[in-house]
Design a protein around this ligand. Structure first.
Ligand SMILES: C[S@@+](CC[C@H](N)C(=O)[O-])C[C@H]1O[C@@H](n2cnc3c(N)ncnc32)[C@H](O)[C@@H]1O
Length: 290
């Protein structure tokens, strides 16, 4: 809402019809002019919280999810192992949709276009997912009749990686288990922490930032990182990727190890002894991160 003493700009001000205001000024009580409606610029197209921007992203992710689920079922029905590629796209679409959805539900003041985490995760994130799909496609091509005849052993996916070859029902079961577990725990963390959960690690303590130590935060000190770590590993098990499985494990572990150290420095400065006690009694549950 605007304040008449501080004219808002450059948002949009919806004026009410002049004749209603004039009739009110002429003493007609049926024509009380309603207050001027001000729409802040951040909600307008192109703004950080643009409603049109949110709608188009949610629509795009919904289409991607629906289409990839259909393709997964179709390819699996006909026995093509390539069903794993659209299935991976479906898990990604759902993950990014839920990032915004959970923020909008439980931390609405923070909900913006960047809550979808579509571009804000950087180039390395997009490159990792592209590499995962490429590994699957190349592996299928190498095992197909379409590969060039001159392509021999040295070009095959290295077998020396410390990842055992598992039967497909094990990779599907374990992959889906970790994906579902990771997604559930991450969403539960956002639901539990509410306005204390921000996608950007906070440097200064806001007045409404409280320490959360119960619910899913009693199971893991960093449940949303726990969730993302196991979700990421689950996707590579599902895809049966050997190279990306190792790369994802190393990169995710290093990323969260560093991020947790950095985040906890701020949490100790915000909550002091309370956080130190919480840290002592609650594990992270990502291997080798204490
Ligand atoms: C992306 S959220 C991740 C939260 C947590 N690390 C997790 O994995 O669920 C980052 C923000 O959460 C806040 N945060 C982390 N742990 C918290 C806790 N136990 N209670 C309240 N806020 C917390 C941090 O201050 C940071 O601004």
């Amino acid at each position: 809402m605007s304040d008449s003493s501080t004219p808002p700009s450059p948002g949009i001000i919806h004026e009410f019809p002049r004749n209603r205001i004039e009739r009110h000024q002429n003493g007609d009580p049926m024509h009380t002019p309603p207050p001027t409606l001000y729409i802040p610029p951040q909600f307008l197209p192109g703004g950080r919280r643009s409603l049109a921007g949110v709608a188009s992203r949610a629509f795009g992710l919904g289409i991607a999810l629906g289409f990839s689920v259909l393709l997964t079922l179709e390819l699996a029905y006909w026995g093509y192992g390539l069903w794993r590629a659209p299935c991976f796209v479906a898990t990604l679409a759902l993950f990014h949709y839920l990032e915004f959805d959970m923020t909008a539900r439980y931390n609405p003041p923070d909900a913006s276009i960047s809550s979808f985490l579509l571009l804000s995760n950087g180039v390395a994130y997009a490159a990792a997912h592209t590499a995962a799909i490429l590994e699957l496609l190349i592996r299928h091509w190498l095992h197909s009749d379409y590969k060039p005849q001159w392509l021999i052993l040295p070009f095959h996916i290295p077998a020396f990686l410390p990842v055992p070859e598992l039967p497909s029902h094990v990779t599907v079961g374990a992959g889906l288990f970790f994906i579902v577990l990771g997604q559930l725990v991450r969403s539960a963390a956002m639901r539990k922490a509410r306005t204390s959960f921000n996608h950007v690690v906070q440097w200064t303590k806001r007045a409404d930032h409280t320490l959360v130590t119960d619910g899913v935060y009693a199971f893991s000190r960093h449940p949303s990182y726990f969730g993302f770590f196991w979700w990421g590993i689950g996707t590579q098990i599902l895809l049966e990727n050997r190279i990306c499985f190792v790369a994802y494990t190393v990169v995710l572990w290093k990323f969260f190890n560093h991020r947790i150290m950095h985040e906890e420095k701020h949490l100790v400065s915000f909550f002091g002894q309370d956080y130190l006690d919480y840290r002592k009694r609650t594990p992270v549950r990502i291997p080798f991160i204490r």
